[in-house]
Design a protein around this ligand. Structure first.
Ligand code: NAP
Length: 355
């Protein structure tokens, strides 16, 4: 692979997103020209933090109106770009229609963006924001792995449009990206597969499921306890660094698990309890699986009994060594990410202390 030309502009899809925000900020900091695709460039309020990041950086941001579901929507934004970061895809658990709200934008969006890459001679590399959700479906899948760890060799074989539809959407979208990439030989594809992303966003307002989860730690939703549910997490700022390394390291190729910590819901709560004490209604105990099975679906309709059966009381463990070895990643401590994330919610009055 030739060296990636850093003098060409780069394109980032879904620039208003939680993950993309830090990717764009990081690229602007490096002095790059970023073609930022957004659904509504007229929404100044939503672009406030991106504009501030551009004002404080040597780089330049140019907005383009694009929608994953509109043909040729990315044509103008991609002209002259050397690297395309495709991050746009809905990350929401509680959806009315998984096919329309998750699967179609993920799959049709990947076809649309990568189809345009095929038509755009300047593009040398695509960095795709996939997910660990394309590697595993449920925690119990760990038992079927060769090494007792999820690795880049593993694919999610258990999610469907009705069971874990978000994970299904990410799996079929990443598979489609590899299929489109392998049908040509001009541009290469480098995939990042993050676990649950945590840490402060460049904006405190986002649609990302990450924010809903962290908010629930402090708004009383989890005050009676949390399930023993293993999970991997990574800081959004470290993930942005992974995107940049994936884009410009000449030898980068294939999939990369981007995950800092093999933890659990209680493991995520502990740094918050240590730092903020009893000021907020944090979870203090782990709930028995049978109780979660009985009441979980009533408290949160996006959690089904099948999900509880296949995830609760199972650990989550992934091998992040490829990201360290080949991308040179280093990861922040869990405490730093959780405390800074929660502090952002406090500062913006998204969570309030107990009366
Ligand atoms: P997010 O803040 O909700 O960002 C999603 C982005 O996708 C937004 O910019 C949104 O635009 C855009 N989008 C959604 N539907 C679109 C459409 N039809 N056309 C154009 N843009 C559309 O979520 P996020 O957490 O940053 O997720 C970004 C990426 O990271 C996704 O690919 C997600 O699967 C992946 N990921 C996230 C996590 C995590 O824990 N957060 C973990 C692993 C992977 P609007 O602002 O206009 O809605």
């Amino acid at each position: 692979m030739d060296q990636i030309d850093k003098n060409k502009p780069v394109m980032v899809t879904g620039a208003t997103g939680y993950v993309a925000g830090w990717v764009v900020k990081r690229l602007l900091g490096d002095g790059m020209t970023v073609h930022a695709t957004v659904r509504d460039p007229g929404n100044g309020e939503k672009l406030k933090e991106l504009n501030a990041a551009a004002d404080q950086s040597p780089g330049k941001i140019v907005y383009f109106k694009s929608d994953l579901l509109e043909k040729e929507s990315f044509k103008d934004a991609m002209q002259g770009c050397g690297v395309v970061f495709h991050t746009a895809s809905p990350f929401i658990m509680d959806v009315a229609d998984p096919q329309k709200d998750l699967i179609e934008p993920a799959l049709a969006g990947t076809r649309n963006v990568l189809g345009q890459v095929n038509e755009t001679a300047s593009v040398q590399r695509v960095v795709l924001t996939s997910s660990c959700a394309a590697i595993y479906g449920d925690n119990c899948d760990l038992e079927k792995t060769a090494s007792g760890l999820f690795t880049e060799e593993d694919w999610n074989l258990t999610s469907t449009p009705v069971h874990q539809p978000y994970a299904y959407s990410k799996t079929i979208a990443e598979k489609e990206a590899w299929k489109i990439n392998k049908a040509q030989d001009r541009w290469n594809l480098v995939v990042v597969n993050p676990s649950l992303v945590i840490g402060p966003g460049i904006s405190p307002v986002t649609t990302s499921e990450s924010f809903r989860i962290i908010k629930q730690f402090g708004d009383g939703t989890m005050k009676n306890g949390v399930p023993d549910w293993g999970i991997g997490v990574v800081d959004v700022r470290d993930l942005a660094e992974a995107h940049v390394k994936a884009a410009f390291a000449t030898s980068a190729n294939g999939r990369h698990i981007i995950s800092a910590h093999n933890t659990s819901f209680m493991g995520m709560a502990r740094p918050l309890i240590d730092r903020f004490g009893s000021a907020y209604p944090f979870p203090k105990m782990v709930l028995p699986k049978v109780m979660v099975w009985l009441i979980g679906p009533f408290l949160n309709p996006s959690i089904t009994r099948k999900m509880i059966r296949r995830n609760v009381n199972y650990p989550w463990r992934a091998d992040n060594s490829r990201s360290i070895r080949e991308l040179g990643m280093s990861y922040r401590p869990l405490e730093e990410s959780m405390v800074a994330f929660f502090q952002q919610l406090i500062d913006h009055h998204i969570v309030s202390p107990k009366k």
